[in-house]
Design a protein around this ligand. Sequence first.
Ligand code: CMP
Length: 148
Amino acid sequence: ALQLTLAVIKPDAVAHPLISEALHQTILENNFVIVRRKDLVWRRQDSERFYAEHSERFFYQRLVEFMSSGPMRAYILAKEDAILQWRDLMGPTKVFRARYTSPACIRARFGLTDTRNTTHGSDSPESARREISFFFPDFSVEQWMEKE
Ligand code: CMP
């Protein structure tokens, strides 16, 4: 079915013009429709709120720090099966595993560390809805779906 997903180009990737351009091209080449796009910088509390589910994990502080360290680029992407399609392009969360198991994926090509892993993508329709409204509070998934 046609789905929306939230794709985020994280601060490590936005910082490098060639990498953010390559990721934009990857989105286009894979026939995603770019529904919305926005550049933004998180305050520390945005980062803490978005990743609250990880607050007990050992990497939480470094994750929060990193995600509020500089500009990000967020996309709402539409495609058949968009959520899984984008996650497949990103590859595994852990960059070193990604390089070993799927060297062509985004994180294997551009990721720096398990935290600074270039991109985020929603993992379910429920999280896509939550994350889209977190990044794009004025966007209504229901309204967009009705128009399509
Ligand atoms: P993301 O897909 O945005 O979801 C949670 C983030 O936490 C993840 O990408 C990484 O940036 C970070 N992360 C997940 N696991 C680890 C880990 N083992 N070590 C460091 N950072 C991690």
